[in-house]
Design a binder for this molecule. Structure first.
Ligand code: BG6
Length: 462
């Protein structure tokens, strides 16, 4: 069967500034939270590989862009590092940082690759970290200033903008699960952070409109559908609804519909958590919804009602327990379940509950350990597993589009191997291999050749 996608479907890839650029002390870039965290806790990073050694896109961007083109990447989302563009809390602009991103955008355009720019991908400048980061309301204005500088500098060359990548990850992993800095567990601080991020995003949308920018502005949300163990059991169903509320709807609803779900407010009230809303904030959120949505999808969440008592400081886990089942298809390298039908469920949810606004898969991908083992005699990684992974998800996306989903593209994470935060280079995601032991030499993988044909012919046969 042929899986043919709509005309002008965007086939591309996603990465981010902090995960690809390297050069973290060059071009007057200010330190960000990752530079700082690595400086005090290098042991928290796989093989002690920190943010200064990330794939060297800073120096080799022309080569990467050439190779991405050869791998069929026709659109590319990366992020502008706030700490490269704005030098301090006073908002001083760094001309060297601005120049770098101009050069990247121009090189992408010359190669016929559509640039898509994100304004925040987990990379808070350290000068804000030391003032409480997103816990501090002053950051809303500072972020809006940074966004405004970027819109005015690059807005004539860039059509697709993104305010935040996976905003929930910041409170989730920094203020509950301790995988990002400041690695604390504090529900009230998490709520403050989450709220200020949403307000910052809405203020950036407002600024985009105020400036009359010609492009479109969206947000990238990691939608992780929750499936309960027993759909006949009311408690299991409720657990999955609560998980959906916390991890998906907390940013999806205000960003797309302009309002927070009332059930979320009830949940926070029941835990005596307060949201630091000031007069006028909710109008800003209501009036500044996004033009389009990016959806990052990697794995589902399997939940059931708690059977063991919850102990310890308040966390989302108070409301659910995970479950596993025999035959679960896993990517054992990353420890994530592979469940392709979720793509269809996400698409139908957006169609039915979010006005079928335009959206695209902004990230989907498979991180694999020790990929050298799959190299053939010529040194090409034979990553058939990645091709199968992509196909499996695209089949469900194709079905959803046939049923009216308003999806305009598919971006793989990632076009080239890049740095995975504290996992550093443990798992490789790219269509292109990057050898960090050999000057970041870039080579094509089998999936890169396959992706070229996919994007060139706008579909695949199976
Ligand atoms: C997404 C992020 O959640 O998943 C990326 O936007 C991240 O920044 C990607 O790298 C893959 O996850 P990980 O943890 O394996 O790098």
């Amino acid at each position: 069967m042929r899986y043919q996608f709509p005309e002008n479907f965007m086939w591309g890839g996603a990465s981010s500034g902090p995960q690809s650029e390297g050069g973290s002390c060059e071009g007057r870039k200010a330190p960000n939270e990752w530079d700082y965290w690595f400086s005090i806790n290098p042991e928290r990073f796989y093989n002690n590989v920190g943010p200064s050694r990330t794939s060297d896109f800073y120096h080799k961007y022309k080569e990467y862009i050439k190779m991405m083109k050869e791998a069929g990447v026709k659109s590319y989302r990366t992020s502008i590092q706030w700490s490269r563009v704005i030098l301090n809390r006073e908002g001083e602009v760094n001309p060297e940082g601005i120049q770098f991103y101009h050069k990247v955008i121009d090189a992408l355009r010359e190669a016929g690759i559509e640039p898509m720019l994100c304004l925040h991908h987990f990379d808070l400048p350290y000068y804000w970290v030391e003032k409480g980061g997103f816990e501090n309301r002053d950051i809303v204005e500072a972020y809006t200033h940074f966004a405004s500088v970027c819109f005015q500098e690059f807005g004539k060359k860039v059509t697709y903008w993104t305010t935040f990548n996976e905003p929930i990850i910041i409170p989730e992993t920094g203020y509950f699960y301790q995988r990002h800095y400041p690695a604390v567990c504090d529900a009230q601080r998490a709520v403050n952070v989450g709220y200020h991020i949403q307000l910052s995003s809405s203020c950036a949308v407002r600024e985009f409109k105020r400036l009359g920018m010609p492009g479109k502005i969206g947000i990238v949300i990691n939608l992780t559908p929750s499936y309960c163990e027993n759909p006949q059991d009311e408690k299991d169903v409720q657990a999955s609804k609560t998980v959906d509320l916390i991890f998906n709807r907390s940013f999806l609803d205000p960003s797309v519909l302009g309002v927070y779900p009332k059930e979320l407010k009830e949940l926070l009230d029941s835990e005596n958590l307060t949201v630091p809303v000031k007069e006028g904030d909710l109008d800003i959120i209501r009036q500044n919804t996004v033009d389009y949505l990016g959806v990052n999808y990697y794995h589902p969440r399997r939940v059931k009602a708690r059977v063991t008592p919850f102990e310890g400081p308040l966390m989302p886990d108070k409301y659910f327990e995970p479950y596993t089942f025999a035959g679960q298809k896993m990517n054992t390298s990353r420890g994530w379940e592979i469940y392709e039908p979720a793509v269809y469920d996400i698409a139908m949810n957006i169609k039915e509950n979010y006005g079928n606004l335009p959206w695209y898969i902004s990230e989907n991908g498979m991180g694999i350990m020790d990929e050298e083992q799959f190299m053939d005699a010529e040194g090409m990684v034979q990553d058939d597993y990645r091709i199968e992974f992509i196909k499996g998800h695209l089949k469900y996306l194709h079905k959803a589009i046939e049923e009216g989903a308003n999806c305009f593209g598919y971006h793989l994470w990632a076009p080239f191997d890049c740095w995975s935060w504290s996992n550093a280079y443990k798992n490789r995601y790219g269509l292109l291999r990057v050898d960090i032991t050999d000057g970041c030499k870039i080579t094509m993988k089998k999936s890169g050749k396959w992706f070229y044909t996919l994007s060139d012919t706008n579909g695949f046969d199976e």
